[in-house]
Write a new protein. Sequence first.
Lengths: 416, 93, 985
Amino acid sequence: MRYSAYSIFKQALSGNRLWQPAWREPQPKPHYDVIIVGGGGHGLSTAYYLAKEFGITNVAVLEKGYIGSGNVGRNTTIIRSNYLLEGNNPFYEFSLKLWEGLESDFNYNAMVSQRGMLNLFHSDGQRDEYARKGNGMRMHGVDSELLDREQVRKLAPYLNFDHARFPIMGALHQKRAGTVRHDAVAWGYARGADQRGVDIIQHCEVTGIRRENGVVVGVETTKGFIGCNKLALAAAGNTTTVGRMADLELPIETHVLQAFVSEGLKPVVDHVITYGAGHFYISQSDKGGLVFGAEIDFYSSYAQRGNLQTVEHTMEEGVSLIPGLSRAKVLRSWGGVMDMSMDGSPIIDRTSIDNLYLNCGWCYGGFKATPASGFCFAHLIAKNETHHVSRFMRLDRFERGYTIDEAGRGPQPNLH
Amino acid sequence: MASLITCPHCGTRPKEEFSIRGAAGPERPSPTARDEDWHRYVYVRDNPKGRYQEHWHHVAGCRRWLVVDRDNLSHEVFGVTDAAEFERARVAK
Amino acid sequence: MTSFRLTAGGAVDRDHALNFTFDGKAYKGFAGDTLASALLANDQMLMARSFKYHRPRGVVTAGSAEPNALMTLGIGGRTEPNARATVTELYDGLTAKSQNRWPSLKHDFGAFNSALSPFLGAGFYYKTFMWPGLFWEKLYEPLIRRAAGLGKAVMQADPDRYEKSWAHCDLLVIGAGPTGLMAALAAGRAGARVILADEGFRFGGSLLSEGASIDGRPAAEFAASIVGELSALPNVTLMPRTTVFGWYDDMVFGAVERVQKHVAAPSPDLPMERMWRIIAKQAILATGAEERPLVFGGNDRPGVMTAGAVRTYLNRFGVAAGKRVAIFTNGGSGYRTAADLLAQGIEVAAIVDARAQSNDAAPQDVRVMRGGSVIATKGRLRIDGLIAERSGLDEVIACDALAMSGGWSPIVHLMCQRGAKPVWSEDKQAFMAPDVGGTFAAAGSAAGFDTISVCLRDGAAKARAALKALGRLVGPLDIPDVEGEYDPSFAPLWYVPGAKGKAFVDFQNDVHVGDLGLAQREGFRHIEHTKRYTTAGMATDQGKLGNVNTVGIVAGMRGVSPAEIGTTTFRPFYTPVSFGAMAGTARAEHAAPFRTSPLHGWARKNGAVFVESGLWHRSAWFPQEGEKTWRESVDREVLNVRANAGLCDVSTLGKIEVLGRGAAEFLDRIYSNGVLKLPVSRARYGLMLREDGIVFDDGTVSRLAENRYVITTTTGSASEVLSHMEFAAQTFWPELDVRCVSVTDQWAQMSLAGPKARIIMGRVVQDDISDTSFPFMSAKEVTLRGGLKGRLFRISFSGELAYELAVPAGYGEAVADAIMEAGREEGICAYGVEALNVLRIEKGHVTHSELEGRTTADDVGLGRMMAMQKPDFIGKRLSTRFGLTAADRLQLVGLKPIEADKEIKAGAHLLKDQAKPSLANDQGFVSSACFSPVLGHFIALALLKSGRERYGEKIVVWDGLRGTEVAAEVCSAVFVDPENLKLHL
């Protein structure tokens, strides 16, 4: 069923009783060309692009819970391509371009909202870093501008300009950055993939990876053995657990990042704002909630919940940056479990096993990457060759000394 | 665990007195070890779900590095030892 | 305006009237009222509009789960949006405004959405607004955003203070109803340290609202007597107005105390709110149970509220919900409500009981319609009647309020915040608290709603069990007799079939049964999908009122037990918490501590302009009279240092003493260059790598004695370097005898640089500092004239003859003054970090602009610092990886503009001459740049692909961001004194 204003009108006339399921609930077939482990944003977008761009439709997405139950359903919804390094910048720009055409592509309104992002800076050194980044972006044709304090004040007059411990000097502005309704991304990709023949199988946990003669032949699941020609892992947060089934050694530590939403408020924060003197960032959803977060909890955790100290610290930074928040109220906090990689950048690559493909290590930046990650992963799986924008995201880059260390913090995952 | 840590030198102290480095499992190889071992030490992590040994630093206390033996799913703490003790015990094994 | 206030009864003080306004209109209430009870007393049933359809709404509860009666309180910086009127304690002068309506609460244009509701079902927005492409962001989304949200944040600074505290106890009791009071009493009498916290402003919970008598006294009086005893116990801390919002690891609870939210004129000496971290050995959840609304057509009409709320307004606040109240129930609560209303002379229109049979006895003369149901309500801004149905026959019953009771749900939120899921009980038809181990137990109604007497007993018993777990044996407590209590049991009724009009499950978000059905039809069948698709449970009450009904209804649609559907995830916060309370004192200028150097006073009196550098305030430059721009000052300072001398505060550099017999060996492994053979009284430049072979930090190492070193770090990395060294000492080489101690704060350190430095320093120290006895890279203890001991280092960042003198911090300012005095004739000046930066760029010295976490020693021209012959040092092994030694890596070079008047800025990128800007053509970037007053033009340090092979090449410095392109020549990074002649003067 195609969605449109007309379909809404027509369905309303029949009491909204004839809407069809957005996706089927199929039983697994004995064998697929490709099995994707993980029905999150990346797994679903991989399935969608496999079917749509590469004509591979005999595909199953296996999800141990419900689709979108991982970080695509638990993030701060920001999209952007303001990256410094050559290993990242073209990839995230490719992703942003896909976001820009996404709704018409998959006929689902994921509310891509290019509200613009302000990365505030508070010192000369930080300005120079942002200038370096902004120039790098421009070299790749990505929009960026360097704003001074007064220009920032015009866009976001509610920021703390007068009594700040770390005065705002200016900002790097990417106008095309913004937010997306996160759940809808999973649902839109799922529906689009399903319509093209992909089987989305929920509540089907992979418990083992079966190999014969050194190649993967299928997976053991809670719904029995399912065979495949190619197996693709997209289980961020649980990458190690799944990877261990195929004896993969991975540069990943699992950490928890908290995020927060306030009560619904009339629009006050137009942009996505990041605080340069801390880790705080904030935007406001279309529903009115202020969506914000800051740093990770720093310890390894698989629990989807966080520490009170981090909560307090986040909100201290929030009030320091936006004094007017003081009497607004936070409604809910949650924790997302992430693959923190050893250089802060992801991996989209083959593995030492020929037909086993790996997509992981997204740290806390995976949401914005969803379209490009799926596209590039699908490209890799379908053609067995790397898409050029993800060519640096190799698994062997650590051994070879080609890390993509955007933060420059070295091999300590909780610092990225 | 993660709210209060019982430092073997200072007693039970709040999390904000500590900084956290990461897995205590990887052991720094000898200078003459193979490249592979060095790569593994610096970059590869077991990252188990469950029992986990992690380096914490009591920065706002005794400034000793500690090994916190904990469960990273339930956040239960099983014990905290001084990191030097932990290393000596590892060498002794 | 009719008064709904009873002439007597309730816990309000009729002698103490309070004035307040709602939407500009003046009202009166009494001390002890909530905003909601005072509005109801004044016949103001209409209090809000719903989120999506802008339907008129009244209060539905009398507590913290209220989804409807949200208002904006206060004015100016004290404006608080989305305050729940049901828990807002009334005070004199309170101003409240309704929200999400235009132009007024009575006449709201947004209500037009209601007419469009067939088109605005769950998730409608995902299916439309996609065409034409541009219209979403330009037209539809702005409209949606404007319509969305509830209250308005004024975005003004908050005039009030906030603070944080810690508390420790043996037993934390959360909730001060019958269960909590008895638990606190049992533990308190036994001498345990008890904290009793309750979100309300009066302890007693349901005892304040129920007509029962305890120990022969009214329940509220009984509650007051217990509170009296508790407050006299020194080991018991009572915390009213305190919401425990979160349960975290290790029995750490987060709570927020509303210290002055109820005060007409807040004291500036007290915080508005105080956040508590409560660390409890044991805790009891005594939060009671929430009454479920019934889901029937028109169940959101103003005047429809839970039966318990009707009793609370009646018995606690002396306010009748209506003059003629109808009751729709599936259990004892409805009957109890009828009895209480009649006792106060309020007419009861009828009891509609969904059950065909029950043991509940109706009060005399009240009509009971057993096996009936309410299928619709009538009225516009307030209910004026309902349509009841029984055996296929409809009947209109007039009423001006409707009390509904759909049964009870234990309030288990806090116990489920750490991952445990509540457990469905077929017996109780409710989700029960999970077993979370031996330190946190649910009691009373939170453990399964029950009668008051059971709650009293359970509270005491659970307290005894908690103390027993702590090794304290406590005798049993006498449990008072309760008379006139009622049995709250009920038969499940999730949804009333045959509803006319929408039957809501989530009032605030306007989610009705039809939406839940649509979600199921469209495949959003997992309860999390149902929630996210319909937004049921995502409003400010987080589903406290509606979630269990949602689960029950979805279970019914699917033909399974609610156990199979399960609940969505409970997460902090139990109720919303202000940013202010969570931020405490860390705001505005106090967001982080200031660090000032021991020479701060010296700098200030020399007229310094200070600059932020991490937490430090460092002296940036020292303007003199007549200097209009910072550049004029900096240029003068630089030229003066190169020609005469200058004094600069370098106290902020990290200083670490390294001691022990293993110190030499240790440092040799920490630094990439050799330091093992560094003689006593000598200093050396040192480079530290991370284990991945990338440069970590640089500084100097000085050997003060055989087993005593002092090293310096960069200002920004001081604490990280110390941690790194401690980590290496304790975990890599615990066998080495070595200790590392930060002495950054103990020493004031100043750099005296310039050709006249020796003359000046010679006037300050007694020791012989001639070039022969104290050559370049000397380091030793010296005695100042006057006898003070200090440490003198002949090291230079500026490239000039220079000394760094360290003296105990308290003497810093006096010594700096003395040096300035001693150098007056030589033309000494104070110089700041800006001049220092120019001096180091001229000399080609790197800082964190170059050592930015991705560069190797070789990249920045320090390849000679890699002592690969050493058996081991941190970073050695991985530094040789292919990618770190590749020929096309970026290397440090200097840049000179070809046209001398052109400016080069840091952050610009580099292109080959004539090349178009693209990533493929990117040759590197400018890391540092400045105007060199010595050379008379801008100079820059840059990291350039294979840079050292490209001296003399013409290159384009591309700064598209700031719209400039400058042609420059690649050169050596050392612009001044490449032979280092000046160092050895």
